[in-house]
Design a protein around this ligand. Structure first.
Ligand SMILES: [Zn+2]
Length: 158
């Protein structure tokens, strides 16, 4: 009987911990999104409005939530990225430097875990999410449409 009690208590504690971790992740994503959108707002208020609406629209109209993984980039950061991978845009070409591009991951929660859509997912997966369609409404250019570089996380203001 004592043993059973211990098992039940342990299970309960684990579930509580799981819920807590989920909440922390959720808050962390929201805070990061907020920070990254604010950085964009400081350099380009119009693009801040477009991206804010784009993200709200995704979260209202699809089952996906958004995590902004990259927003405004300094010229130094962009140079560094191009050194790492020559396919990354140069400082003069990257819209991230101007606050006119964001990279996003998408996630969906079921009762137990999260499903993610990230850079390595196919264009088809991204299209099926409905997000690409929404981006068209805002006249955004989608990185999944690049011919030479698979970049489905990227959305930019033309
Ligand atoms: Zn990008």
């Amino acid at each position: 009987m004592k043993r059973l009690k211990l098992v039940v208590l342990t299970l309960f504690a684990l579930i509580l911990l799981w819920l807590l971790v989920g909440m922390v992740i959720c808050v962390k994503v929201k805070v990061t999104n907020w920070k990254r959108l604010n950085e964009i707002e400081e350099v380009n208020a119009a693009s801040y409005r477009t991206f804010s609406r784009f993200i709200d629209d995704i979260e209202d109209k699809t089952d996906w939530s958004v995590e902004i993984i990259s927003g405004l980039r300094s010229r130094e950061k962009q140079k560094e990225l191009q050194r790492e991978n020559a396919k990354n845009a140069s400082v003069d070409k990257s819209r991230h430097v101007l606050g006119r591009a964001i990279d996003i991951n998408l996630y969906q929660k079921n009762w137990l875990w999260r499903i993610w859509l990230k850079k390595f997912n196919s264009k088809k997966d991204w299209r099926n999410s409905g997000v690409v369609k929404i981006s068209e409404k805002y006249g955004l250019l989608w990185g999944g449409s690049y011919r030479s570089y698979h970049d489905p996380v990227h959305f930019e203001i033309k």
